[in-house]
Design a protein around this ligand. Structure first.
Ligand code: 5GP
Ligand code: ZN
Length: 114
């Protein structure tokens, strides 16, 4: 755990968030600044700074778990599809250094991303 990390605080229920899913390894919350009608963040309960760091440490099972939960949540929307995004590092647009998968749904997405 990382004392200064906002998502660790959400994981420990020290600051409030609208939780939509939680198990022993991962949780999902509504993004505080939604960019689509559905905008969820799926994250590991434990602190991992980004997907590259987790991939170096994990045997793949937690990565698979995160993507599985994110996909299931994405599918729960209007049935018209969804987008999963994992921003990584400064050029990847990551602003919170606790790994999270964005689940975006409920409107058509554009490509390429900005
Ligand atoms: P990133 O830019 O790192 O890919 O995404 C960080 C996301 O976390 C942003 O979409 C931002 O709106 C969201 N966020 C930042 N602080 C909080 C918070 O305290 N609670 C919740 N639920 N989302 C947050
Ligand atoms: Zn953290």
């Amino acid at each position: 755990m990382n004392d200064d990390c906002i998502f660790c605080k959400i994981s420990r229920r020290e600051i409030p968030a609208k939780e939509v899913y939680r198990d022993e390894e991962v949780l999902a919350v509504e993004d505080v600044n939604p960019q689509a009608p559905v905008h969820l963040l799926v994250m590991p309960s434990q602190h991992h700074p980004n997907i590259a760091a987790l991939s170096d440490r994990d045997d793949g099972s937690l990565v698979a778990k995160l993507l599985g939960v994110a996909s299931r949540l994405g599918r729960e929307g209007d049935g018209k599809g969804f987008r999963l995004v994992i921003n990584t590092g400064p050029n990847g647009g990551q602003t919170v250094d606790h790994l999270h998968v964005h689940v975006l749904a409920g409107r058509p997405m554009t490509w390429p991303p900005g």
